[in-house]
Ligand binder design. Sequence first.
Ligand code: GTP
Ligand code: MG
Length: 251
Amino acid sequence: MPLFQKAVFQTTVARLQDLPGDSQAEIAFAGRSNSGKSSAINALANHTRLAFVSRTPGRTQHLNYFRIAAGKYLVDLPGYGYAKAPEEIRSQWEGLLAPYLRYREALCGLVLIMDSRHPLTELDLQMLGWFAPTGKPIHVLLSKADKLTRQQQDLAAREVATVLATTGGRCTWQFFSSLRRLGIGQAEAVLGGWVGMRAQEAAASPASSPGASSARKKRAAIGWSARSATNAGQQQKKTPGKGGSRGQDMP
Ligand SMILES: Nc1nc2c(ncn2[C@@H]2O[C@H](COP(=O)(O)OP(=O)(O)OP(=O)(O)O)[C@@H](O)[C@H]2O)c(=O)[nH]1
Ligand SMILES: [Mg+2]
């Protein structure tokens, strides 16, 4: 059974004072608008309509809490980069998102979703640079990987590994596809570790099960497994492509 299968919608939060008081461990999902945050939560929960998915960017406006176990939550954050009035962006960032990401004690780590066709946008780099100093881990999901050819995956993998290795934070990354449900087990292993829930994948997919072996080989070939940015970065000799432009003024 998928690790987060029991996820249920708990609450929507628009003000800091309304954050759930019973939370011991929560994981925030951040990323550009339309990058696939809500879809990733649905895929991890093995549910088609838990979090609201839309082709129209900017649909998730507040913090949406999904309870995965007693006192444990996945939190769907509003996406950034969607055209909104500057005043609205600033008030949402300063009034809610920035203090939430910086000071929320129950927050164990950040899942940063980047569309694998164009990862590491300026705002993604700002988010990385802004969150890394918390010392909490960041796991990057390179989403919509079903849209990439093998060659494009290789290119994206090289660039992401190189840039993440320079962020100074505790970064790992992997390819992910909500549509094809690829990368779920790897994400469960990382996120489960953060919130103290054990991923069942190893037990659920015995080596002898038909198809498991070829699926695993295929995933390994195209790099579905979670990678440490530091280790991956050490194998890369390329100079960071977009790593020099991190700001502190998110968004
Ligand atoms: N091909 C493909 N499309 C995806 C995948 N994940 C999400 N999408 C599509 O991308 C669009 C945006 O997905 P959402 O999950 O709503 O994105 P979001 O990041 O939550 O967007 P906001 O709430 O607006 O910030 C939808 O049309 C999804 O169907 C994927 O793995 N593959
Ligand atoms: Mg959303």
